[in-house]
Write a protein that binds this ligand. Structure first.
Ligand code: BJW
Ligand code: ZN
Length: 300
């Protein structure tokens, strides 16, 4: 029934690749799926400009939970919009730091998966072939860079950037733990110890000893205008935009693919399930992107 739901939501897509959606696919269906995948692979290698746009689903197979959908994680029963906002940090810097400490440690312990690697290898392929390439990610875990991607725009910045709430200075920080008081804290279970950590024991600025905050883009905060417009400009001139592992539900990132589509780009989506932009796509490749991307993306 989930395959049926997927198929019916995809009626608008002109080319649908349904890989691994059901064990009941006939041999004929499987062959035409493979043909479409080969067609996508060939079109990508003949493109002049390609944007890859990724979201949390690309890191799901590295063990990092997503925010929405069947692979969503939960931290003490909160939704992401309840904690990823300036108001939550004002109300309880300790609680918000526990969440981000937990996610920093989880990302540091995680390894890039075959989806990250396929994207990094595709970048190498593009470089060699003179194809203009850009990777824009909503993820803050740095797994793309660790897989070898170099042209990465981090739309929501990074878990490993901090900003001083007093003097405004921004620094990179990979300390584990980021401060002694957070050691062993951040357990996601609702029963976990949530005794507030005194503010003077939370991460502090080396320059002015002000309170540091995670420098990610929270709800209600603007993305870097320069970065966003460079991604949008690139997208609008691309032959292909690959939309990978994102629900495409969070703005302004969610506008990039539909805008590019209106400017003439073809969209190819890689997701376990349909997302907000699926009805616009030329190719929908269903399944875990760690299995599907290595088949679809050309490499040297
Ligand atoms: C797999 C898979 C596998 C799983 N293989 N696939 C209308 C218009 C414009 C704005 C708004 C609007 N309505 C509301 C807003 C405001 C708001 C917003 O968009 N809200 C929506 C919820 C409606 N946007 C903002 O506030 C943004 N700022 C802004 O608008 O500023 C305006 C402004 C201008 C000038 C001055 C001041 C303000 C900022 C948004 C920042 C969001 N940040 C977060 C959290 C912070 C970082 C963090 O802690 O991580 O970023 S929210 C959270 O969602 C996170 C993600 O990057 C982001 C997107 O999620 P993503 O990546 O799509 O993940 P999921 O979980 O949603 O989806 C995973 C997908 O993968 C699913 O589809 C699965 O099926 C799939 N999947 N496993 C393939 N193996
Ligand atoms: Zn400072």
């Amino acid at each position: 029934s989930s395959a049926l739901r997927l198929a019916s939501r995809l009626l608008n897509a002109r080319k649908v690749v349904l890989l691994q959606t059901s064990g009941m696919a006939t041999r004929g269906q499987k062959q035409s799926d493979e043909q479409r995948l080969t067609e996508l692979h060939d079109k990508l290698s003949q493109s002049k400009r390609v944007l890859v746009l990724t979201g949390a689903g690309v890191s799901a197979e590295s063990g990092i939970p997503t925010f929405r959908g069947s692979t969503a994680g939960s931290w003490r029963g909160f939704t992401i919009s309840e904690l990823a906002c300036p108001e939550a940090f004002q109300r309880s810097p300790s609680q918000v730091w526990e969440l981000y400490h937990y996610r920093r440690e989880k990302s540091l312990a995680a390894k890039p998966n075959p989806a990250h690697v396929a994207i990094a290898k595709f970048e190498q392929f593009c470089l060699k072939r003179g194809i203009d390439f850009m990777l824009a990610t909503q993820n803050i875990d740095r797994l793309h860079q660790r897989a070898g991607s170099s042209r990465v725009i981090e739309l929501h910045r990074s878990l490993f950037l901090v900003r001083c709430t007093a003097c405004g200075s921004v620094t990179e920080n990979y300390d584990s733990p980021i401060c002694e008081a957070l050691r062993g804290r951040g357990d996601p279970s609702p029963q976990a110890d949530s005794t507030p950590i005194p503010e003077d024991q939370l991460p502090r600025c080396a320059g002015c000893s002000g309170l540091l905050r995670p420098y990610v883009v929270w709800f209600g905060e603007p993305l870097s205008e320069g970065e966003l417009s460079s991604v949008q400009e690139f997208a609008n001139k691309s032959d292909f935009v690959l939309v990978v592992g994102t629900s495409n539900a969070v703005y302004p990132a969610a506008m990039i693919a539909p805008d590019a589509r209106r400017s003439g780009a073809q969209l190819a989506e890689f997701n376990l399930d349909v997302s907000c932009s699926s009805s616009d796509v030329s190719y929908f490749v269903a399944g875990p992107c760690g299995s599907t991307l290595p088949k679809a993306l050309p490499r040297l």
